[in-house]
Write a protein that binds this ligand. Sequence first.
Ligand code: F6P
Length: 537
Amino acid sequence: MSTELTKSTSWKALEKHYEEIKNVHLRTMFEKDEKRGLRLKIDEIGIYFDYSKHRITDETLDLLFGLAKNRDIEKRRAAMFSGEKINTTENRAVLHTALRAPKGSTILLDGHNVVPDVHAVLDKMTDFSNKIRSGEWKGFTGNPIKNIVNIGIGGSDLGPVMAYEALKHFSAKELLFRFVSNVDGSDFAEAVIDLDAEETLFIISSKTFITIETMTNAQTARSWALAKLGDASAVARHFVAVSTNEKEVTKFGIDPQNMFGFWDWVGGRYSMSAAIGLSTMIAIGSENYHRMLNGLNEMDEHFRTAPMENNIPVIIGLLGLWYTSFFDAQTQAVFPYDRYLHRFPAYLQQLTMESNGKHITLDGQTVNYQTGAIYWGEPGTNGQHSFYQLIHQGTKLIPCDFIGFKKSLNNLPPHQDYLIANMIAQGEALAFGKTVDEVKAEGVAESIVPHKVFEGNRPSSTFFLDKVSPENLGKLVAMYEHAVFVQGAIWDINPYDQMGVELGKVLAQNIIPELQDTTKAIHHDSSTNALIELYRK
Ligand code: F6P
């Protein structure tokens, strides 16, 4: 059991402080400090981050910053940016920040500058996406490509889907994009149901190129395309790969010329700014794609250089830790008040939960504190008419992130006013609630009064940006990436491996032949055996 963190002076001070302020209401905090809402905010690099509606005081912040300093956040951050192998369980560097480093900069990994490699791939992506977008790239029968199907799962799917949806406004309307991830054959079948193979390009996106879901879908896509195109040499015109594994790509039959590479120092869930973004670049064009990279880089630089007290990802990370490890909050909700970001919560689920869903410290001990929260969310205002009831009046403490934009990309008055009024109102209602006296003053029947009371004191952050744009999407993605880093560093866990997904994969491999060969003896537990028997019948 690792007790180092919880025995530290800064942790103990936070525990003591938690006891002192756990019942202090946000109403009191705002009453005591008229300027709280103006003070507890950061307005940097185009993001207005209001964190005044959190159950914190200046002392809480000081103690949290103290904890971060004692856990060597600054040193660990420098280690990540400089290519040290901070993914210790896999002996790898964690350099997704190099993927958006400007041309001409230097980031050394084992003495080798990786930035020129990154830009060589970006240039190859640019060339290819220009050819697809202009119609210069022809399919096997001489037709231009009209449909792009990305086949990938996890980080090789969620980033591309989320970014495509988020930046749809900037997308080439004459191209159709589909995303296939699930090994469920219906996913593939529905994605290609109305597509013409002669005009379809498959991007097989897989860091390892051995993921069973992706390889099964890729083989099915190959058969589907060849059934229509009739000749194996058609693969070269209709299949490209994004991977780190050239050997497997070649084995599949894709010409390495049509492969866009990346490196083992990019984790799957950190790869949307690597070549995994190829579908995004084809959709929005290389200029817009570079705008997204600039946004990511701007947030990287903010995180790397801003003092802790003015550092957006540091504060997000610390607030999340405050609720998870001290208030015992189990979940963190994320509500984008913009339809274009409707897949952002799903993207964040992998980013945060595959990263910090760990209970073993870097030196192999079991933690004695809570780590990574369950992330979830839906776009506003939809959620308001569904699960917000529980957030307002349920028994659980659910910190919320509201993400809103001042301008809509579709100017249809009064929609944006209504949308943003709702977002602002939710934060207000959660924080301040409605007292018994206020309810009574409305003349509500005595027996109904308790039902209409909102206790409030429910925390939220509000992020306000100008509008959905490639830069702003980049900033938001990097913002959460670095908040994950901050928490992982303090909890002393490794956010960059994902060993917890392995066991299920291995067991599925054992079960596949048992489903296919009904004479095979099965030796699982009684429940597993019964389920296999049922399927066999
Ligand atoms: O199973 C989890 C995982 O390894 C993720 O971390 C990763 O993003 C996903 O599978 C897909 O992996 P790959 O890109 O290698 O196919």
